[in-house]
Design a protein around this ligand. Structure first.
Ligand code: GP0
Length: 807
C-alpha cells in the first residue's frame, strides 16, 4: 500500500461520490462522504480477500470458522484505515476535500451486533486472526436491528431501535450467488430402497440464507479475512394473487417467518430466552454456515472424508451448538457417510468455548420445540444422546453422573453437554474460570475426558484499544519501547517498566491522562449534556447491568461518601467523579431498578451544593463500543467488583489496565491474572475469594447480621428505603439485599464485601494524593498488559486447539 497517498484517496473518493451518489465532492453530505470512504477501503480489501482465498486454496490450508451469534464490531472506518496503514492519508484527504475527518468518523454508526463481552471478544479475535495470517471466517446473522439504543427518561431506561444499516451497510458485500437453503418444520420419511436406508425431509418451509460479507483487514499484512453475516429471505414470490386462498395464507405466513429471522438481536446477556424464534436464528446461521463450508470443501477436495483435517468450527458459547447435529446430518444424509465416520469427523472439527458458570445462562431447549421445528436434527440428537449416555454409563456406572452429563433429559436438550460430547476441546476464558469448569460445573465430563479441557485467557485487540484510541499514550510507548514494535509484539510493552523511576516519563504519562480527561469532558458535554470536573478522579464502572457485577455495591459506597459529607460539609476531600454506563436487558426488572437508583443518586448529589467540586455521579447514556473508545483512555479507576467466581474473565478490565487506569477489584476472572502480574502494590484488591464465597454460602450466609452490626452499612441501606429528592423509594432493592423477597437475601454478597470495598476505595484515594506513586503504578499497569493482547490468546487457540500455523 506504499503507493496510496492522500492524493490517490482524494481521487478515489471523488470517483465514488460521482458513481454511487451522483454527487460532486462539493455537494456531498458528511453521510455520503462516510459511505464513500467505506466503499473505497472496501474495494482495497476485496482485492486482498480474493488473493487470500486463492492462497488458502492453493496451499490447502486448514481454515478456522469462528461461529458466534454476536460480533460487537463497533465502528470500522478508522479501524480499517489504521490496519491498512492509511489513517494519516485518509485524514489528510478528507481535510483537503473540505471535510472534518473527526466528524466523518463520528458519523459512522456502531455495528452493535452483540450484547457485551462475548460479542466484543469475537470482534477482537477477528482482528487478531487476520493479523496473525490465520485463514479464518466469522459467521453470524445480519441483524437488521442491532442492540437497542438506550435513552434515559426520568431516570429510567427506554429502549429504541438501532437501525445501524442505514449507513453501516456500506461495509457489506452481498453475495447472492452463494445463497444457501435452510429447511424448517415438515416431517421425516424413512424407507429402504436399493439396499439403502433413505431419510427424506419433506413438507418443510424453506428460508434462503444470503451472505453479506464484511471484509476484515489485518495489521501490516495483505492477509484479509471475512465476517460472513447471513441475511434471511423468503423464497416465495411477492405476488401471491394466483394462489388459492388457503395456500395464500400459508405462503404469507412462511414469508413472514422467513424474514423475521434476521430482524433483531436478542438483547439478553447471560440469560436465555427460550423462544422458538431464537432457536430458528441459531439453526438458520448454523445450517447455512455448515452447508457453505462443506460446499467449498467439496469444490476443493472432491470429498468430505478429510473435512476435519481442513476445517475447524470454534463455537462461541453454546449458541451455535447445533453445528454438531447439522454437520452429522449433512455427512450422513447428503454425503452418505456412516454414523461412525461422520462422528469421527464431527468430533475432530468442533471446539467449544464456555463463557459463564451462571446457571440461568446455561442453554437448555425444550425438546418439543426442536422436534417441531427441526425434525431431522431431533433424530440425530436422540442418537447422539443415546450413544453418549451409554458411554458415560460404561465409564462411571453411576446414575447421578449419567443424569448430570446427559444431553437429553427431562424433556430438555442441554447444549453445553452436547458441545462437550461432540467437541474436541472445551475451554474457559480465564485461569480461575477454567478451573471452576473442571472442578465444578463440568467435573464429571472432566473426569471422563480430561484431555478435552483447556484454558485460554481472553485478550483484547490492543491496536484498537490502545494505539488507535489513545494516540498520546501510543506516542509515549513508541518513544520508550522500541517504536511500533509493540503493535505486533505486545509484550514489548514491558520495556516501560524500566522507566518506573523516571520523573519525566511519569510526568508525561500524567499529562497524557489529563489531556484525555479534558477531551472526554468535552465529548460528554457535546453528546451527553453533562459538565465533568477534570480535576476529579474519573472512577468508572462500565459494563452490562447485572446483579453479579455489583453496580449496586458501587452505589452503596457512593451513598456512604455522600453521608460522610453531609455530616461534615466543610471537609476537604479529593474530588471524585463516578461514571457509570450500562444497558439492562429489557426484561430484567431488577437491573432496570438499579439504573433508576443510580440516576436518582446522581440527581441528588449533583444538585446538592455541598457536593460541588467534591462529588459527582454521572450515568452515561447508551454505553457502547464507540463511547468506550472515548472514555477508557480518560479513566483513572477501573471498577471490576463482581462477586468472586461469577465473572468468567472480564475484558473491560484489560482495556482499562492497558490505558493506565488502576483497578479496584475482586479476585475474579482475569483480575486474578492481572494480580499475578501486578502484585498487591499495583492494584486495589478487596473482598472474598471464590473459595470463601462458596464456603460462606455453604455455611449459611446471613446478611441481616451485617446490617445489624455495621452502622455505616445500615445507614447506606436505609437510604435506599427513603430514597432521594425525586421521591422514588428503593425499598425493593433494600429488601433484595437485607430481608430477601421470595429468594435468599443478597445472593451476590454485597453486604459481605461492603466494608472491604470501602477500605479499598479509601486506599485508592489516599494513593491518588501521591501523584508520583500513582503514575508509577499506572505505568506498571500499561507495561504488564501485553499478556492481555488478543494476539496472544488467538495464538494459543491456534497452537493448542485449532492446530493451524500463524505469523
Ligand atoms: C458471558 F455467558 N459473557 C456470557 C454471555 O452470555 N455474555 C457475555 O458477554 C462474557 C463474560 O461475562 C465475561 O466475563 C467474558 O470476559 C466475556 O463473555 C468473553 O469471554 C465478561 O464480559
Amino acid at each position: 500500500m506504499a503507493t496510496v497517498t492522500s492524493k490517490t484517496l482524494e481521487g478515489a473518493l471523488g470517483a465514488k461520490l460521482r458513481l454511487n451518489f451522483g454527487s460532486t465532492v462539493e455537494e456531498a453530505t458528511d453521510a455520503q462522504m462516510m459511505k464513500a470512504c467505506a466503499l473505497v477501503l472496501r474495494d482495497m480489501m476485496a482485492i486482498r480477500e480474493v488473493e487470500t482465498k486463492q492462497m488458502v486454496r492453493r496451499e490447502e490450508k486448514r481454515q478456522v470458522h469462528y461461529m458466534s451469534l454476536e460480533f460487537l464490531m463497533g465502528r470500522s472506518l478508522m479501524k480499517n484505515a489504521y490496519n491498512l496503514g492509511l489513517l494519516p492519508q485518509l485524514r489528510q484527504a478528507l481535510e483537503n476535500l473540505g471535510f472534518r475527518a473527526a466528524d466523518i468518523f463520528e458519523l459512522e454508526p456502531d455495528a452493535a451486533l452483540g450484547n457485551g463481552g462475548l460479542g466484543r471478544l469475537a470482534a477482537c479475535y477477528l482482528d487478531s486472526m487476520t493479523t496473525l495470517e490465520i485463514p479464518a471466517t466469522g459467521y453470524s446473522i445480519c441483524y437488521e436491528l442491532g442492540l437497542f439504543r438506550q435513552k434515559i427518561i426520568e431516570g429510567q431506561q427506554v429502549e429504541l431501535p438501532d437501525n445501524w444499516k442505514d449507513l453501516g451497510d456500506a461495509w457489506l458485500m452481498p453475495k447472492p450467488q452463494e445463497t444457501e437453503e435452510v429447511h424448517f418444520g415438515g416431517n421425516i420419511r424413512e424407507f429402504w430402497a436399493d439396499g439403502y436406508h433413505h431419510v427424506v425431509h419433506e413438507n418443510y418451509q424453506t428460508v434462503l440464507a444470503i451472505p453479506c460479507d464484511m471484509e476484515i483487514a489485518g495489521y501490516e499484512t495483505r492477509h484479509t479475512n471475512t465476517l460472513r453475516l447471513w441475511d434471511a429471505k423468503s423464497p416465495s414470490p411477492v405476488d401471491m394473487s394466483l394462489f388459492s386462498q388457503g395456500e395464500y395464507l400459508k405462503a404469507t405466513e412462511a414469508h413472514a417467518m422467513a424474514e423475521v429471522i434476521a430482524k433483531v438481536l436478542y438483547p439478553e446477556d447471560k440469560h436465555i430466552e427460550g423462544k422458538s424464534l431464537r432457536l430458528k436464528q441459531q439453526y438458520f446461521f448454523v445450517s447455512a454456515t455448515v452447508q457453505s463450508v462443506a460446499r467449498r470443501h467439496l469444490e476443493t477436495y472432491g470429498t468430505l472424508k478429510n473435512f476435519h483435517e481442513k476445517n475447524v468450527f470454534q463455537v462461541n458459547d453454546t449458541h451455535p451448538a447445533l453445528v454438531i447435529p447439522e454437520l452429522m446430518r449433512l455427512l450422513i444424509d447428503d454425503a452418505g457417510l456412516s454414523w461412525d465416520e461422520a462422528w469421527y469427523i464431527t468430533t475432530h472439527s468442533v471446539a467449544y468455548t464456555n463463557h459463564t458458570v451462571l446457571s440461568e445462562a446455561l442453554e437448555r431447549w425444550p425438546q418439543d420445540l426442536i422436534q417441531r421445528n427441526l425434525p431431522r436434527i431431533w433424530q440425530v440428537l436422540v442418537e447422539i444422546s443415546n450413544r453418549w449416555q451409554k458411554k458415560v454409563e460404561d465409564f462411571y456406572h453411576d446414575s447421578t453422573k449419567t443424569e448430570d452429563m446427559a444431553i437429553i433429559w427431562g424433556g430438555q436438550v442441554r447444549m453445553a453437554n452436547l458441545c462437550i460430547a461432540g467437541g474436541m476441546a472445551v475451554n474457559g476464558v480465564s485461569g480461575l474460570h477454567s478451573g471452576i469448569l473442571k472442578k465444578d460445573l463440568f467435573r464429571n465430563a472432566y473426569g471422563m475426558e480430561p484431555w478435552k479441557f483447556q484454558n485460554v485467557t481472553n485478550g483484547i485487540d490492543h491496536r484498537r484499544w490502545l494505539s488507535e484510541i489513545n494516540p498520546g499514550l501510543d506516542r509515549l510507548i513508541r518513544d520508550l519501547a522500541g517504536g511500533d514494535e509493540y503493535l505486533l509484539h505486545p509484550t514489548a510493552l514491558s520495556r516501560l517498566d524500566d522507566y518506573a523511576d523516571d520523573a519525566e516519563v511519569l510526568q508525561r504519562l500524567s499529562e497524557i491522562k489529563r489531556k484525555n480527561k479534558e477531551a472526554f469532558a468535552d465529548y460528554a458535554r457535546r453528546t451527553q449534556d453533562v459538565v465533568l470536573n477534570p480535576d476529579a478522579i474519573f472512577d468508572v464502572q462500565v459494563k452490562r447491568l447485572h446483579e453479579y457485577k455489583r453496580q449496586l455495591l458501587n452505589a452503596l459506597h457512593i451513598i456512604t461518601l455522600y453521608q460522610q459529607l453531609q455530616d461534615d460539609p466543610g471537609r476537604s476531600m479529593q474530588p471524585q467523579t463516578f461514571l457509570f454506563g450500562a444497558k439492562a436487558a429489557p426484561g430484567y426488572a431488577v437491573a432496570k431498578r438499579i439504573i433508576h437508583l443510580i440516576n436518582s443518586l446522581a440527581d441528588q448529589i449533583n444538585h446538592d451544593p455541598i457536593c460541588k467540586d467534591k462529588l459527582q455521579v454521572v450515568f452515561l447514556e447508551n454505553y457502547r463500543v464507540s463511547l468506550a473508545e472515548q472514555l477508557i483512555p480518560a479513566s483513572e479507576v477501573s471498577q471490576q467488583i463482581s462477586t468472586a467466581g461469577k465473572e468468567a474473565s472480564g475484558t473491560g478490565n484489560m482495556k482499562f489496565m492497558m490505558n493506565g487506569a488502576l483497578t479496584v477489584g475482586t479476585l475474579d476472572g482475569a483480575n486474578v491474572e492481572m494480580h499475578d502480574l501486578l502484585g498487591d502494590e499495583n492494584m486495589f484488591l478487596f473482598g472474598l475469594h471464590a473459595d470463601e464465597v462458596a464456603e460462606l454460602k455453604a455455611r449459611g450466609y446471613l446478611p441481616q447480621r451485617l446490617y445489624a452490626r455495621d452502622p455505616i452499612l445500615r445507614r447506606a441501606l436505609d437510604q435506599l428505603k427513603t430514597g432521594f429528592r425525586d421521591g422514588v423509594s428503593y425499598e425493593d432493592l433494600f429488601a433484595r439485599l437485607v430481608t430477601g423477597s421470595n429468594c435468599a437475601a443478597d445472593e451476590y454478597l454485597l453486604l459481605a464485601d461492603f466494608a472491604a470495598y470501602c477500605a479499598a476505595e479509601k486506599r485508592m484515594v489516599e494513593t491518588y494524593a501521591n501523584p508520583a506513586e500513582w503514575n508509577r503504578m499506572s505505568l506498571h499497569n500499561i507495561a504488564r498488559s501485553g499478556m492481555f493482547a488478543a494476539d496472544r490468546a488467538v495464538a494459543e487457540y491456534a497452537d493448542h486447539i485449532w492446530h493451524v500455523g500463524h505469523r
